[in-house]
Write a protein that binds this ligand. Structure first.
Ligand SMILES: [Zn+2]
Length: 267
């Protein structure tokens, strides 16, 4: 799946990564291939100030389109290899593209090229940068306007992109949701973002239930609604969290629920 890594000073790297800072990050990761680094360590190695963090996050994301850079559960980064197909070339087959566009209708607003003269795009429901795949169930047709609106919405989460990606990477849905809430540090988290991260890796038909189940583990969060641009959006605010239990989270929740039920039963 991955190919050999080019040397930091090579012409190959210069052609793959046109931006100087991108190459500087590559050089740091390349020198530390056996030593996973945190964002803070990468920043320090580059001699950057804390305020330049956002830029670093963006360059690192660009770099990850070309190279396989692993981010582990402790948010440590390791350069693993070169992608056989860069993510920037979306890698969607012509057959899948045709399948997604078969209804000739925007999945969000319902407008069509024939009647409304909109242009349709193939969109990743969960962005590739957050671990979304090219599988058909992660693809949808969006008109230019809806596609642009979605991009703008995502841009508002740009500061949290690393946290979102780290949260979306966990295998268990409860952990994906919980880690996302933690990353927002008490700030309101839009419910559509929670839904997306909950559904990353594998589809969840009842992500709200997974969310409620966090309460069984002693987590507390509140729910609020805000109106903007004539659209009501809902948000979750994390108030209290508990460390993750040992072992499988879903089965710990099942046991806990059973115990609580038994306690309520009369003898
Ligand atoms: Zn649309």
């Amino acid at each position: 799946m991955t190919n050999e890594l080019p040397l930091p000073t090579s012409d190959e790297l210069a052609s793959l990564v046109p931006h100087t800072q991108g190459r500087a990050i590559y050089t740091v990761l390349y020198a530390n291939r056996d030593n996973p680094l945190s964002i803070a360590q990468i920043r320090e190695a580059l001699g950057l100030q804390a305020g330049q963090q956002e830029q670093l996050g963006r360059r690192l994301r660009d770099l990850r389109k070309v190279f396989e850079v692993e981010c582990d559960n402790n948010n440590l980064y390791t350069l693993k290899g070169k992608r056989a197909v860069p993510l920037a070339l979306d890698g969607i087959s012509a057959a899948d593209r045709a399948w997604v566009l078969r209804d000739k209708r925007c999945a969000q607003c319902g407008r069509t090229p024939d009647e409304d003269h909109v242009k349709l795009h193939v969109d990743h429901k969960i962005p590739q940068a957050w671990g979304g795949t090219n599988d058909r169930d992660n693809l949808q047709a969006l008109c230019s306007e809806c596609n642009e609106g979605k991009k703008n919405l995502y841009a508002t989460y740009d500061d949290f992109a690393d946290e979102i990606q780290a949260a979306a990477n966990y295998d268990e849905p409860h952990k994906r949701i919980g880690e996302l809430l933690k990353a927002f540090n008490g700030k309101p988290v839009p419910s559509d973002l929670v839904e997306m991260v909950a559904k990353a890796k594998q589809y969840q038909d009842d992500w709200q239930k997974r969310m409620r189940e966090l309460r069984v583990l002693g987590w507390r969060y509140s729910y609020t609604k805000k109106k903007d641009d004539n659209r009501v959006r809902s948000f979750f605010i994390l108030e209290h969290y508990e460390p993750w239990p040992e072992g499988n989270i879903a089965s710990v929740i099942r046991q806990q629920e059973l115990r609580q039920k038994q306690e309520k039963l009369p003898d």
